[in-house]
Design a protein around this ligand. Structure first.
Ligand code: OAD
Length: 246
């Protein structure tokens, strides 16, 4: 309840203080205040309200019109290249002993101070391309000046962004590391995710089922809340720093 936000924050702070293996699990809402659009919420700017995900984020969409897909990702890359970490990213980045599992394809947790080894990108990252065939060729790209549609220099098949599309499996190493962290955590801070996309959202259940405290920060009431969770309704950039005030 919003009128009890101060006591809910105090309860969350107490959980965080005694946590041995704290984990954050974030989605697009974490980066919203950095000017990066979310996918689905009440905002008219939410990406999947404006665009058809199957045309832009699936193999079918890529085969139908590869230029359209690459141009859309390149627009997002240019936005992300200019974005700065917000107060939520920097607060998380200042903490030690945390594992950060994120569905976000930006690098704002790392830019906010989190060590790369502590950040698990479940859905890939925009700053890489890989061959859409089987050859395994990869490239880091300049997000401010990304290349147009081009072919793999090794095998000639199209290059594509290294983000997960609908119908594709998550990167195995990232998924294993995230599942392990969710199984071991005693406190999961869930920030800015609609928790609708599987298997990522299942990590919250894994943590909850083995007894972890769950603290949820979202601007909207979440459908995925259990009675035992602490729900903080508001912006990540306001609420996350309050959890770490001393
Ligand atoms: P969504 O766009 O589905 O959800 C974002 C959530 O953040 C919503 O519940 C909003 O209410 C909340 N929100 C918005 N602004 C916020 C703020 N300032 N502070 C706190 N919360 C805020 O994003 P995800 O859950 O990340 O997949 O979506 C999961 C996946 O669906 C994405 O990784 C993407 C997409 O298809 C891939 O790219 C593979």
């Amino acid at each position: 309840m919003q009128e009890n936000i101060d006591s809910a924050i105090e309860a969350a702070v107490r959980l965080i203080a005694k946590a041995n293996n704290p984990v954050s699990f974030s989605g697009a809402g974490l980066s919203a205040e950095s000017g990066i659009a979310t996918f689905r919420d009440k905002s008219e700017d939410a990406l999947w309200a404006k665009f058809d995900p199957m045309k832009l984020a699936s193999q079918e969409g890529f085969s139908e019109n590869p230029d359209r897909v690459i141009d859309w990702y390149n627009d997002r890359r240019k936005t992300v290249a200019k974005a700065q970490p917000n107060a939520a990213h920097t607060s998380l980045g200042e903490q030690s002993g945390w594992v950060h599992i994120t569905q976000n394809v930006d690098n704002l947790l790392e830019n906010g101070g989190a060590a790369g080894r502590d950040v698990i990108h479940l859905h890939g990252t925009l700053d890489k391309d890989h061959c859409n065939g089987e050859c395994g060729y990869r490239e880091t790209i300049d997000m401010g000046n990304p290349p147009a549609l081009r072919n793999c220099p090794e095998c000639g098949i199209s290059m594509r962004p290294s983000v997960i599309w609908f119908g594709e499996s998550l990167p195995e190493r990232a998924l294993m590391a995230a599942a392990d962290a969710a199984q071991r955590t005693d406190l999961m801070l869930v920030i800015g995710t609609s928790a609708q996309v599987m298997p990522a959202a299942r990590l919250i259940d894994i943590a909850r089922e083995q007894g972890a405290g769950i603290v949820i920060i979202n601007t909207e009431k979440s459908a995925q809340v259990a009675d035992s969770d602490i729900e903080l309704t508001g912006k990540a950039g306001d609420l996350v720093p309050r959890l770490f005030e001393r």
